[in-house]
Design a protein around this ligand. Structure first.
Ligand code: ATP
Ligand code: MN
Length: 480
């Protein structure tokens, strides 16, 4: 057996008492031909490997370069130096893999920029920033499953390839195995998808919700957590073409139940990361502080990252209706001084991200749940309110991010749903299976979608969504 190593995180938690251990990892730095800072990705903290002068061959020492991989066996003793509590006095060192320092692209001394690291995303995990980001991402993902599992939700895997467009919104990636030249066509010149792999036009999913509702109306509570695809050409710091979404769907829930669950869920996963990834979050908080020093005073956050997270945990989200939001925006100094790129034209308008950010960052200074939107700007499946104008929708807006959750109570009344589908030209034949849930034992139910990367951004303080997913897919870019 090769691997009897101890992870560095676990080792650093022990007391140095002369125990013999084996560690493996990648060299961060090598000083004075004597001190190796070795990192294995379990924590940003390195173990200091001490090589007694003359104890190793010159040839071997030359091969200890940045990012070379080593296996080191030795004894753990209290450190004589400052800055670490223990040293690993090396008895044997084996080079597992050399790393040519001349061409290794990450020179830690020069503080590589996030933009540069994005171009070498295959190696960026070896930096402290990305080490922390992706360990926190993992913790959040684990917390998602724990939260729902503890509540008795069933984790449902909805299809990636779908024959329907849940939102009726376009922005789809087509899935086809038809040839591009000599594409089979119908008499009218349109593509004949009956000749395609599935015998119909298909695409990558934009949401698992409709299938999720099928699960909820049997299991009661389900959630999905999977990849989602949108061919939207929006080059922003909050949009990816491939992102991960968590979509719980609950039978016997109304809009208020839905909001309560979403708020509890968000707080739970933040708390989980704070309890389990303190070191990483402290590092990220410091990183963000330094990044913000480059910004003009009025663009800096009022709170540090950890303070902000604590604040979110300890305060209720503000809950207001769309109508109230429009009033606040209309009356705002921002609007009166014409500082919005899109002026507040009145009730019925769709809110732009600048409006959402004004509400959370300037007005309420905390997360906001906006509810009861005009039906014209929301999807067909949202439950119609008695006023005939609005639907039981809710969006959660977070400081620095904007929309993080979109959800609603679903229209459970067969006739209302069908009328709305007709109004919005959604073909009934395509959704026969969806309509069946309203035919056979329909129940009040609700659900929401949380964009996982936006959540990771919020918790890690990373300003660009491309830096919280391992290999971002964005317009014009699908490397790695
Ligand atoms: P936005 O207005 O920000 O584009 P949306 O209204 O299109 O969001 P929904 O369709 O409600 O969003 O999707 C649910 C959630 O998925 C959003 O609240 C957001 O957190 C996330 N999300 C949506 N589009 C993207 C994307 N392109 N990249 C990353 N996350 C996204
Ligand atoms: Mn969108």
């Amino acid at each position: 057996m090769f691997n009897k190593r101890i992870k560095i995180k676990e080792l650093l938690a022990q007391e140095p008492t002369g125990q013999e251990v084996t560690v493996m990892g990648w060299v961060r730095t090598f000083r004075n031909n004597q001190f190796v800072a070795l990192n294995d990705g379990s924590t940003n903290n390195n173990i200091q490997v001490v090589i007694a002068l003359g104890s190793q061959e010159e040839e071997l020492l030359k091969r200890i370069t940045t990012s070379a991989s080593l296996k080191v066996t030795g004894t753990v003793v209290p450190s004589l130096g400052k800055g670490q509590k223990m040293d690993l006095n090396a008895a044997t060192i084996e080079i597992l893999g050399d790393s040519d320092a001349e061409i290794y692209p990450i020179q830690l001394k020069n503080r590589p920029s996030l933009e540069f690291l994005r171009e070498i995303a295959h190696l960026r995990f070896r930096t402290n920033t990305f080490g922390s980001v992706f360990r926190v991402r993992h913790a959040l993902a684990f917390a998602v499953h724990k939260f729902f599992n503890d509540k008795g939700f069933v984790y449902m895997h909805t299809p990636i390839i779908t024959g329907s467009d849940a939102e009726g919104a376009g922005e789809l990636f087509k899935v086809t195995s038809l040839p591009f030249d000599e594409t089979p066509r119908k008499d009218d010149g349109s593509v004949d998808f009956s000749k395609d792999f599935f015998g119909k036009a298909t695409n990558l999913t934009v949401s698992g919700q409709l299938e999720g509702e099928l699960g909820a109306t049997a299991f009661g509570d389900i959630y999905t957590f999977g990849p989602t695809f949108r061919a939207e050409n929006s080059n922003t710091t909050r949009h990816l073409a491939e992102f991960w979404m968590i979509e719980p769907e609950m039978a016997f829930y109304d809009l208020e139940d839905n909001m309560n669950l979403a708020e509890e869920f968000i707080k739970y996963i933040i708390k989980y990361a704070m309890d389990n990834n303190k070191e990483d979050l402290e590092f990220l908080a410091q990183r963000l502080g330094e990044e913000e020093k480059q910004l003009p005073q009025d663009k800096r956050s009022e709170m540090g990252l950890l303070e902000k997270l604590e604040f979110v945990l300890n305060n209720n989200f503000e809950r207001i209706t769309y109508t109230e939001a429009i009033d606040i925006l209309r009356e705002s100094n921002y609007n009166k001084k014409k500082k919005f790129q899109y002026p507040i034209s009145g009730w019925g308008m769709d809110l732009q991200s600048e409006h959402e950010r004004y509400l959370v960052e300037k007005h309420f200074k905390k997360p906001v749940i906006l509810s009861n939107y005009p039906k014209e700007i929301k999807a067909f499946y949202m439950r119609q309110n008695d006023d005939g104008k609005t639907v039981a929708a809710m969006d959660i807006l977070a400081p620095g991010i904007g929309e993080i959750v979109g959800g609603s109570q679903r229209e459970e009344r067969f006739d209302n749903l069908l009328d709305r589908m007709k109004e919005m030209h959604i073909p009934e034949e395509e959704l026969w299976w969806y309509l069946d849930t309203r035919r056979f034992g329909t129940v009040p139910h609700a659900g929401f979608g949380l964009g996982f990367e936006r959540m990771v951004q919020f918790v890690t303080g990373m300003t660009n969504i491309r830096d919280v997913i391992a290999f971002p897919r964005t317009p014009g870019s699908a490397e790695f």
